[in-house]
Design a protein around this ligand. Sequence first.
Ligand code: CA
Length: 343
Amino acid sequence: MGNPTAVRPSSAFTTVDLDREGKQVGFLMIPHSPNDDAWGATRVPLAVIKNGSGPTVVLEGGNHGDEYEGPITICELIRELDPGRVQGRLILMPANNVHAVMAGQRVSPVDGLNFNRTFPGDTRGTITMQIAAFMTDHILPRADAFLDLHSGGSSLDILPSAIIEPTDDPALHVKNVAAARAFDAPYSVVISNLGEPRTATAAACRAGAITIGTEMAGAGTVSIEALAICRRGVRNVLAHLGMLPPEDASPRRGDGTVLELPGSAAFVFATMDGILEPLHEKGTPVRAGELAGRIHCTWDPTRVPDELFYRADGMLYARRQPGRVRPGNCCLVVAAPYQGVLA
Ligand code: CA
C-alpha cells in the first residue's frame, strides 16, 4: 500500500462498507442536483467481496463508456464469485463513469469530461471530477493492486493486450510487468499516454499499487475473442496475486512478448478532411517512412488524396474504426519491441 492521500471534504457516500467481510453490492452515491431532481444522486456501482486476510484488489471498468469487455467481466464476477473462494478483498467497480456508460459514449454527457483525464479529481468539482476524487481518496489508498479494464472504444480497434503503466519506482515496475504478463493477453504493451499524469493507472502507480491496464479490441462493439481473453486474464491476475487459488488460472498461451508505443512517433494522425484508406491489417510489421494509408476527399474528385506515412518501425497495433476522418484524428498506431527493463 502506498502513502495514504489526505482525504478531502466531500458530500459523496457509499451504501456498502468497504471494510466488512462477505459480499456487498451497492453504490457510491454522489449528490447530483439537475433540473429534474433537486436532491438526487448519481449512483456509481460498487461491490466488495472480502474474506479473511490477503491483498486488496480493485477492478475498474467503464472508465470510458464505450468499452465493454471489462465491465461485462466485472459484473459476472460480482454475480458469480463465491466469497469463500477469495483470500483478501476485491473491490469491483464495473461502470465508473456511469453517465458515459449508460450513454455508450467515451466521455460523460453530464459534464463532457473524459474520466481518464481528471485524476486526482476534485471533491467539489463536476460529477466526473468527484468520482475521480473518490477513487483517489478512498479506493486507491486501500489497493495493493489495480486493474483498469479498457478497450479501444468506438474510434479505435486495438490488438488485445495487457497494458503496463510506466512508473519511476523500479521495484513497482517489475511487479507491474509480472502482473501484466500473468494476465496472458497476446501482447503486453508499455503505454505512457505521452506522459499523461491524469489517468487512473498513473494515479494507481502514484498510490503504490501494482497496476495493470488492458486494451481489448474496441471498434464500438463486444469482441468475442477479446471478451474470452479478458475473462481468462482477470482470473489469471487474481491467482497471480494470491487472491484466487492457483487452479483458477488458465494454462499459459502467450510467449510474454512486451512491446511499447515509441513516443509520439507511434501515432499517424489525419492531415485532411476525408475518408481514411488504411493499407495494412493489425499485426502487420511496418517501417518508418513506409506508406501507411491515404485520405480521399470523395466530395471533391479534383482533390489528390493525402498520403500518410508510418514514423516508427514495429507492428501495426491499432487502427481507427470510422472511415471518416478530420485533421488530427488518430488513424494508426505502431508498437515496437520494448527497450526497457523487464525483471
Ligand atoms: Ca479507453
